[in-house]
Design a protein around this ligand. Sequence first.
Ligand code: CP
Length: 355
Amino acid sequence: MRHLIDPTDLTTNEVEELMNRAIDIIGHPARYAEVCHGKKLATLFYEPSTRTRLSFTSAMMELGGQVLGFSDARSSSVSKGETVADTVRVVSCFADIIAMRHYKEGAPRVASEFSRIPIINAGDGGHSHPTQTLTDLLTIRRELGHFDHLTIGLCGDLKYGRTVHSLIKAMNRYDGTRFVLISPPELRLPDYMKHELYVDGKPDFVEVNTLEEAMPMLDVLYMTRVQQERFADLSEYERLKDSFILDEERMRLGKESMIVLHPLPRVNEITTGVDKDRRAAYFRQVENGKFVRMALIYTLLQWKEEERKGETPDVGRYDMICSNDRCITATEPVERKFYKDKDGVLRCHYCDHAV
Ligand code: CP
C-alpha cells in the first residue's frame, strides 16, 4: 500500500501525474465532485494548523467524502498515553485514509508501519512536510510552467523549516536546480539535508549572508518564518526572529519573472506592502494546496484499490539508538531501524539523523 511520508516516496513521473490531476481538478471540478463518495478522511493533528488541516478537510468535502478526526491531541486518548501505533490501528477501523501532523519527527513513518489505510504526512516536527511541497510544486508549475533550471533562494529558518527540507529533496531531482541558502548561522540547513546537496564530496549550493546578494539571481524566493515553537531558549528566538525581512525595497532587486513563495503562517518576515506585488504568490499558493490535496487523496485511494506498490525502504536493525531527542523513537517503543545514505553514513529510518 502506498503512503506519502517523504516527498521522494513519489517518483518524478508520479509527481507529474499528481500535478496533471490537480490541474484537471481546477479545470473540471464537477468531474470530481463525487469521486470519494462514501469515503472518510481522518485528520489526526497533534500540532496546531490552519492551512494544512482545513485544506485537507475542504479537499475531501469537494471530492464528496467525509472527514473525522481531532485538531488537538489533548482531546484524544493520546493524552492518556496511547501510542501512535495503537492510535492508527484504531483509526484504520473508522476511516479510509489518514492525514497526520505530529510534533515528533518520524511519527507518520511509524504510523505507516501499523496502518491498514494510506497515511499522509501532514508535517512531522522540524523534519518533513511533503504535502506543502506538492503545494509548492503546483504553484511553481502554474506560475513558471516548469521545474528545470530554476534558481531557488531559501530564506529564514532552514534548520527547523520542514517545508524547506522537503522542497530541497523534491526539487533536487530536476535538471539544473540551484539552491541559494540565506539564513543566520544558527539556523543553517542541518547536516542531514546538506548532504543531499553534495556532489562528489563538494557542496552544490551557495550560502549568502544577505537577501540583497541573493535577490538578482533568483527565479523563486522561498521565505520562511523562524519557528518559535522549536526553540528551547526563547531569548535565542527573539534574537534571531527578524534576521531577514522581505520588503518593497528588496523586492526591487528581484527579477520581474521571480515569484515569492511562503508556506505561511507569516509573522513579520514579509512586510504586508509586498502582498500587492504580483510576484507575491503565497496566497495563490494556499489555494493550490487544496487542489493538490484533492489530487493526492483521490490518487492514494485509487492506488490502494489497484494495489499499486512503491519501493520498500532498504533498512537494517542495529543495536543502537537515534541520538535526536525530537525523534519519535525517543518517546515511543518503536523498533529501531537505520539506513545507509549515498555517502555510507548510517541514518535513522524515521527522522534521517546521522547516528
Ligand atoms: N503551511 C502550513 O503547514 O500551514 P499550517 O501550519 O497552518 O498548516
